[in-house]
Ligand binder design. Structure first.
Ligand SMILES: Nc1ncnc2c1ncn2[C@@H]1O[C@H](COP(=O)(O)OP(=O)(O)OP(=O)(O)O)[C@@H](O)[C@H]1O
Length: 598
């Protein structure tokens, strides 16, 4: 079932549940149909089978298919079709038992070990390693020798042998998410561990467990059939393995006896594997957008095709965002719009601030300009133009990586919110500054090195050489932000986008970094977009301001105008929260021209 997306977008959101996506996958559908038929045939064996599994017509052994016995009879004169149906019961049930035992042991222990760690983790890991080191077949043979040929017992033991697989898988997945911010947030909000595990952790563990189970069930069928084939099963009960063994003994007399159980085993295992793959694909494709089918003859527009000319009279703007709308497809097929009808522009040498509370869409707007939106994001309306050329043309539903790739780092640069996580801990600061310069500016390593040292000095780093040689963890957050500012201006961009550049820094360092940004902007004459939730930063740096709330622009204008006469209640609230009800009457920054505080 599909549903058109909002205007401006050329994709169609596929409304789908996981099950819906599995059945839309031809292989998934085939696997489900095959498993349902096999399962139903086994479950209703008592009704469907013409004879009892052990009914023997000794006057008619090894009969060919046809007549009274549709698939013939085996060496004991038993009906092959009936035994195949009854055999399915035991074979499938034992595979289910094996997988259940493995899950019941491996999943809870993996959850506890992954979530809490500590002594339980060490002990459980030790046991898992010990079980993994046991030779499975030898254990199964020993159990049979000691306790008799029970298929149930063999499958319980095999389930225990397979449980470390589930334990390790669950533990690893849980460890990878237990320190995620949303899990911390759930803890802080007072949710019990049980609820956090049930709600946040299980949703991550679910998919790999389902996939693992389809594989384990297949392996269990193969092992169980293998044991029966070797004559180690219970001869009183029909299984596909025992049928296989009988067929093998009589392969020269009636080769077909080997074919039927082999087909049943192969079909079941293949269906389980295909189902596992389909489940994996369905979970990965969570929110899939397929390209809208174009009418026959209509060509897909090429990214490299000539772009439409920007609106006449707007070419001179360094950047112009027009009616931009960004959305995320949801599982129910709708689109959650996070940026809606946003328009503004910035000229060379200007500082524009985008201000708004958390979640108002500031970063999504900045990321649209930078082409850093996640893959799932869709431009659902509007356009973005940089220096007279579209980066997002009207009608585009994504930001063109090709167009942005040519601009990012060269003409548009970025100063991120968290300096430390934006520097690679494995490389020295110097190498992280030098490399982009050699690539983008085409200068030699020695030149780039000299330039990097110069830039480090320029951004106020006291000992440039030491910082150049240091690894990121050896410098403070404030220093790291200065390094990133140096990096952002190193390739002489026209536009710098700084996303909350001081949020992660302490107050005194914030002031220094703002000072530095102001100085850099004036010296280099670049356009700067500062994304912030802090009107203090706006007052300090910006020429113009765009105020955003809930993804929309609620007010835009000169900083002084907005500080003095905020029109929108939201702007008034933002200002009031900063100024504690004092009316701002003047720009708070040093006026370069006047050379004093206004
Ligand atoms: N990958 C995503 N999928 C779905 N929604 C998203 C995604 N990323 C962001 N959003 C939503 O977009 C909205 C705007 O987010 P954005 O990061 O632009 O806010 P912001 O104003 O920059 O806030 P902050 O100051 O906290 O970074 C939020 O409601 C957020 O939940």
């Amino acid at each position: 079932m599909t549903e058109p997306t909002p205007a401006g977008q050329s994709g169609v959101v596929v409304r789908s549940t996981v099950f819906g996506r599995i059945v839309r996958n031809p292989l998934g559908l085939t696997a489900i149909v095959a498993l349902v038929i096999i399962g139903a045939a086994a479950a209703f064996a008592q009704v469907l089978a013409p004879y009892d599994q052990n009914f023997s017509d000794i006057t008619n052994t090894l009969a060919a298919p046809g007549g009274e016995y549709i698939l013939g009879t085996d060496s004991g004169g038993r009906d092959v079709l009936s035994r195949l149906l009854y055999g399915g019961q035991l074979t499938l049930a034992s595979a289910l038992l094996c997988a259940s035992v493995a899950i019941l042991i491996g999943l809870p222990t993996g959850l506890i070990a992954g979530y809490y760690g500590g002594w339980f983790d060490s002990t459980a890991s030790w046991f898992a390693n010990m079980i993994l080191s046991l030779p499975g077949i030898m254990v199964l043979l020993s159990v049979r020798a000691a306790l008799g040929p029970s298929v149930w017992l063999a499958m319980i033991v095999f389930g225990i042998l397979l449980s470390p697989g589930y334990f390790r898988l669950t533990r690893t997945v849980v460890q990878s998410v237990r320190n995620e911010l949303y899990v911390d947030a759930a803890r802080v909000s007072g949710l019990s561990d049980l609820r956090i595990i049930a709600r946040h952790i299980m949703s991550v563990v679910r998919a790999p467990i389902i996939i693992q189970t389809s594989i384990v069930a297949g392996v269990a069928i193969a092992i169980q059939s293998g044991l029966d084939f070797l004559g180690l099963g219970d001869p009183a009960q029909a299984t596909w393995g025992i049928m296989l063994s009988d067929g093998f003994r009589n392969v020269y007399l009636n080769p077909l006896l080997l074919v039927w159980p082999t087909l049943a085993i192969m079909l079941t295992i293949a269906s389980l594997v295909l189902l596992g793959n389909a489940v994996r694909d369905a979970l990965e494709d969570g929110q899939k957008i397929t390209a809208k089918r174009r009418p026959a003859g209509e060509k897909k527009p090429s990214r490299s095709a000539a772009l439409p000319a920007v609106e006449a009279g707007t070419e001179q703007h360094l950047l112009k965002v027009s009616h931009l709308a960004v959305g995320y497809p949801q599982a129910d097929g709708s689109i959650k719009t996070v940026v809606d009808d946003v328009s503004f522009h910035i000229d060379r040498g200007e500082v524009l601030s985008i201000v708004g509370e958390s979640g108002s869409g500031k970063s999504q707007t900045a990321f649209s300009i930078l082409g850093l939106l996640p893959d799932t994001a869709r431009i659902v309306g509007g356009s973005i133009q940089f220096d007279g050329t579209y980066t997002v043309a009207p009608g585009d539903d994504t930001v063109s990586a090709e167009r942005l790739g040519a601009l990012r780092g060269r003409r548009i640069s970025y100063i991120p919110q968290e300096p430390m996580s934006n520097l690679d801990p494995a490389f020295t600061i110097g190498s992280q500054l030098v490399r982009p310069m050699t690539v983008v500016l085409g200068i030699s390593k020695a030149e780039a090195r000299a330039r990097a040292l110069e830039l480090l000095a320029k951004v106020g780093i006291p000992n440039p050489q030491r910082t150049f040689d240091a690894y990121p963890h050896e410098v403070s957050g404030g220093m790291a932000q200065r390094v990133l500012i140096a990096g952002a201006i190193s390739c002489e961009p026209d536009l710098v986008i700084a996303d909350e550049p001081t949020t992660a820094l302490d107050v005194t360092v914030q002031a220094e970094v703002l000072d530095l940004l102001r100085t850099m902007q004036r010296q280099l004459g670049v356009g700067v977009i500062i994304v912030t939730h802090n009107f203090g930063v706006v007052a300090d740096l910006a020429d113009r301001v765009v105020v955003m709330q809930s993804g929309r622009v609620v007010e835009e204008g000169e900083v002084l105008d907005i500080l003095r006469h905020p029109k929108h209640p939201y702007t008034q609230t933002l200002l009031a929260s900063m100024l504690e009800d004092k009316q701002p009457m003047t720009k708070l920054t040093v006026d370069a021209a006047a050379g004093g505080t206004a």
